[in-house]
Design a binder for this molecule. Structure first.
Ligand SMILES: O=P(O)(O)OC[C@H]1O[C@H](O[C@H]2O[C@H](CO)[C@@H](O)[C@H](O)[C@H]2O)[C@H](O)[C@@H](O)[C@@H]1O
Length: 274
């Protein structure tokens, strides 16, 4: 049984979300910006094993080919990791490390740390390595500007203690930024947020409407930056400021297919692809 067929929740999007899809599909320049883990891909135990649902990947790839339409992934992952697991279409813009890294096409500048940040990152890594060593089931994930403490495969009490120990040392430390995620504690020596990433992409693409979907607490920063012309969708049952909600990544596939259908109709009269 694949993750796509396992315990699939009932499908079909709420009518008000379908109305919003029809509305945003009519915008002049559409930006379809998606979170990756928990949105395009179901959450899995091993970060390296995450893959997009096939239906989502297919609809997203078709959207990337349409005129007046830009696709983007806005992820907490490092760009290299995002590329490896998502295999995004060539035209898709990529935001990694919660906004600290950006790939806007060939020649995009790489994230550079100064000496102080590099030193701090090494210290953060040492702290987390010490904690992880004593906490069975936890693992570290390295990023260009940070280290993630993964606790998904640890017992709950071990996970809680490990995160508490990391917070006790790193919280409030100048130059170190912490974020909660799904069974992870994210650390970074660069301040970033998905909210800033959404604003950056809006400016860079001159989008007149943004469709964003995300499942995690860090995605709320992006959702908070959406305006009346945009559509924000929460994936899952946790608290959200988003106007719309779907239950699981399989519904994101439905959402992307609906956007593709409506957007194709909208741009069918355009003579050339941008
Ligand atoms: O912004 P996202 O694209 O959602 O990335 C957020 C973090 O996702 C990854 O961790 C999460 O997904 C893993 C695979 O499903 C799961 O094992 C883990 O428990 C989740 O927290 C990724 O490993 C992180 O680097 C991202 O920041």
């Amino acid at each position: 049984m694949t993750p796509e067929t396992a315990a699939t929740p009932p499908l079909s999007l709420p009518p008000e979300l379908l109305d919003a899809v029809r509305r945003i599909a009519g915008t002049d320049h559409l930006l379809v910006a998606m979170d990756f883990d928990g949105t395009i891909s179901p959450i899995v135990d091993h970060a390296d094993a995450a893959r997009p649902l096939q239906r989502s990947a297919a609809a997203f790839a078709e959207l990337a080919k349409l005129p007046r339409t830009t696709t983007a992934l806005i992820s907490g992952r490092a760009l290299a990791s995002l590329r490896a697991v998502a295999s995004p279409p060539e035209a898709t813009l990529l935001i990694g490390s919660h906004g600290a890294e950006a790939w806007m096409g060939p020649g995009s500048a790489e994230l550079q740390l100064d000496d102080a940040q590099r030193e701090l990152l090494a210290e953060v890594r040492e702290v987390l390595a010490g904690i992880s060593q004593e906490a069975p089931g936890t693992v570290l994930e390295d990023k260009p500007a940070g280290v993630v403490l993964h606790t998904r495969r640890a017992d709950d009490d071990v996970a809680e203690d490990a995160v508490a120990a990391a917070r006790a040392v790193l919280e409030g430390r100048p130059g170190v930024f912490l974020k909660n995620g799904k069974r992870v504690l994210e650390t970074s020596v660069v301040h970033s947020s998905k909210g800033e990433a959404v604003e950056f992409l809006r400016q860079a693409t001159s989008a007149t409407g943004i469709l964003f979907a995300g499942d995690d607490v860090t995605d709320e920063d992006a959702i908070a930056r959406l305006g009346a012309a945009d559509v924000g969708v929460k994936v899952g049952l946790d608290f959200t400021q988003a106007e719309f909600r779907v239950e699981a990544p399989v519904h994101v596939a439905e959402l992307l297919e609906a956007v593709l259908r409506e957007r194709r109709r909208e741009v069918s009269g355009d003579s050339s692809h941008m």
